[in-house]
Design a protein around this ligand. Structure first.
Ligand code: ATP
Length: 328
C-alpha cells in the first residue's frame, strides 16, 4: 500500500497487561519524536478511545517508564469496541484529535480489534505483540513472556526449598489458558517432575506412574507444573486425583496467579519492546499497515495481523521431548 502522510500517531495498550508494555510505548513515542511526529496516548485501550481519554504526550510522560512493569497508559477490555457503534465513536474521537495512525500493543483480541478498525475506517495501524502468553504467530517471543517465565521460575525455586525440606509433592499452577509456553519454559527451567499443558491431555495414570518411578529413584522433592485451563483440570483437581493413588505423599498446591504479570521487565523484554516500538513507527511511515511487528531470529518481521492471530502457534514438540528426558 502506498504510504499515507502521517503526522499524529495514537498509542494504546489493551487486554491483559504485560511487563515491557511501558518500554514499548516509550520506544514508540521516542521514535515518533525522532521523526518529528506528534504522539498521543490513548488511555485504557479501546475503552479510552471511545470515551475520548486521549492526551498528547511529551517527553516527561515517558521518563523512567522503561524499567517499570504494567502500562502507564493503563489497559482495559472494552465490550463496546466490539460493536460497530462503539468503533464509530472511537473513530470520531480520533478524527477530532487529527490522529492519523495507531500503534496497538496487546494480545490476539486487541490485534483483532485493530484489524477490524483498519478495515472499517482505513486508519493505518500496526500491532505489537504484548502478552505474557506468547500465543501470537509472527514473533519468536511476545513482549512480557520472558519476564513472566523468569518470575515463575523464581517463585518455583522458592517452592522447591520447602518441597525438599519436607519431601513434599507440589502442584504449581502457572498462567497460559490456551497455550502452555510459560508452563514448558518454567518447567524445564525449574527441573519440574512433569508439565501439564492445555494443548495435551495427560492421563492421571501416566502422571502417577511417573511420580512413582521418581519416588523409587529417591527423588525427594517433586514439582508438577500445571498450566491453568488445561484439559487435565486445574492444579487442585489434579492434585486431588493424584492423592487417591499416592496417599502417602504430602501434597500441596500453589497457584502463582497474577504475580506472573507484574514486575520489572527482563533485559530481553526491554530490548524486544524497544526494538519493536521503533519498528512500529518506522513501519507506519513506510506504509506497512494492518500488520504486527514481531522479532524472528533477531530480525524485525512484519506479519499481516490476520496471520499473526491465527491460532497456529503451539509449544514445540522438541521442548516437550527435552522436558521429558530431563524429568525421568
Ligand atoms: P490477552 O492475551 O492478555 O488476553 P487480548 O488482547 O487477547 O490480551 P482480549 O480481551 O481478547 O485481550 O481483547 C482486548 C480487547 O480488544 C477487547 O476487550 C475488545 O475491546 C478488543 N477486541 C477483541 N476482540 C475483538 C473483536 N473481534 N472485535 C473488536 N474488538 C475486539
Amino acid at each position: 500500500m502506498e504510504a499515507k502522510t502521517i503526522k499524529k500517531i495514537g498509542v494504546l495498550t489493551s487486554g491483559g497487561d504485560a511487563p515491557g508494555m511501558n518500554a514499548a510505548i516509550r520506544a514508540a513515542v521516542r521514535a515518533g519524536f525522532y521523526y518529528n511526529l506528534e504522539m498521543y496516548g490513548i488511555y485504557r485501550g479501546y475503552e479510552g478511545m471511545i470515551q475520548n481519554d486521549i492526551k498528547k504526550l511529551d517527553s516527561k510522560y515517558i521518563t523512567h517508564v522503561l524499567e517499570r512493569g504494567g502500562t502507564f497508559l493503563k489497559s482495559a477490555r472494552s465490550d463496546e469496541f466490539r460493536t460497530p457503534e462503539g468503533r464509530k465513536k472511537a473513530y470520531e474521537n480520533l478524527k477530532n484529535h487529527g490522529i492519523d495512525a495507531l500503534i496497538v500493543i496487546g494480545g490476539d483480541g486487541s490485534l483483532t480489534g485493530a484489524h477490524l478498525f483498519f478495515q472499517e475506517y482505513g486508519i493505518p495501524a500496526i500491532g505489537l505483540p504484548g502478552t505474557i502468553d506468547n500465543d501470537l504467530s509472527g514473533t519468536d517471543s511476545t513482549i512480557g513472556f520472558d519476564t513472566a517465565c523468569n518470575t515463575a521460575i523464581e517463585a518455583i525455586d522458592k517452592i522447591r526449598d520447602t518441597a525438599t525440606s519436607h519431601d513434599r509433592l507440589f502442584f504449581v499452577e502457572v498462567m497460559g489458558r490456551d497455550a502452555g509456553f510459560i508452563a514448558v519454559n518454567a518447567g524445564i527451567g525449574s527441573a519440574a517432575a512433569a508439565i501439564l499443558i492445555p494443548e495435551n491431555k495427560t492421563p492421571i495414570e501416566t502422571l502417577v506412574e511417573k511420580l512413582k518411578t521418581r519416588s523409587k529413584a529417591m527423588k525427594t522433592s517433586n514439582i508438577v507444573i500445571v498450566a491453568e485451563g488445561g484439559k487435565s483440570g486445574s492444579a487442585q483437581e489434579i492434585a486431588d486425583k493424584v492423592k487417591k493413588f499416592l496417599p502417602y505423599y504430602d501434597i500441596k498446591v500453589t497457584i502463582l496467579g497474577h504475580l506472573q504479570r507484574g514486575g520489572a521487565p527482563t533485559a530481553f523484554d526491554r530490548l524486544l519492546a524497544s526494538k519493536l516500538g521503533v519498528a512500529a513507527v518506522e513501519g507506519l511511515l513506510q506504509g506497512k499497515y494492518d500488520v504486527m511487528a514481531g522479532m524472528i531470529n533477531n530480525k524485525v518481521v512484519f506479519t499481516p495481523i490476520v496471520k499473526a492471530i491465527v491460532d497456529d502457534k503451539h509449544v514445540d514438540d522438541e521442548d516437550l521431548r527435552v522436558a521429558n528426558i530431563l524429568s525421568t
